[in-house]
Design a protein around this ligand. Sequence first.
Ligand code: URA
Length: 240
Amino acid sequence: MHLERMDKILASRTQYSRKDAKKLIWQGRVQHNGHRAASPDAKVDLDADTLELDGKPLLLRKHLYLMMNKPAGVLSAARDPKQPTVLDLVPEEYRRSGLFPAGRLDKDTEGFVLVTDDGDFAHRILSPKRHVPKTYRAKIDGPLTEQMIKGFAEGVTLEDGVLCRPAQLLVLEEGEQPLCQVVLTQGMYHQVKRMFLAFDRRVLWLKRTAIGGLLLDEALKPGETREILDKEIKMLLGKI
Ligand code: URA
């Protein structure tokens, strides 16, 4: 059982302030377990109760975990005054205070961004000490050699002298602009691009396809989001 005050829950699960949340309750626009809610200080059980605002159910779960397929051109920051961010793409039903992207992709990188309001969880996924693998697909501007595969496996030295942890490079499609898979267990700025640059190659297209053992859902079109299921969260945390 997780009990919380009704006005606090309303304010955190909607765009309304705590003051406005109280007004909504007094105005009779909130339903608690199917009945008109009467008092902002009533306690709501996040695990068992239902709460509706103007007839629309609110997601009561203490924390929310979202899988987004980020399109290119969108920032993986919380808010930006000028450019669209992943939070702007979160569907209405999932909006609540405290959401943020757990980890960053470059503006031109596509794919899996995990959006949550659970700081401890994000820390576990991102902590440099835990080495949670992140998997990427990349299109490269020139052939991939055995020397590069070996170099990735041994640890690439970046242009600033930093030595990367060993990474997996797998060629998926050969050719002038080959397609490959890269698995990293750390997350430095522009890391995939800089690792290829160390071999005089440029990344033409980059997409994150998995975080730990959790694969980006292929049913998600660019810009779409779905909730990550409890069993998927457990699976992710169980392995780190
Ligand atoms: N590596 C990069 O170069 N860019 C990303 O967005 C993620 C990993």
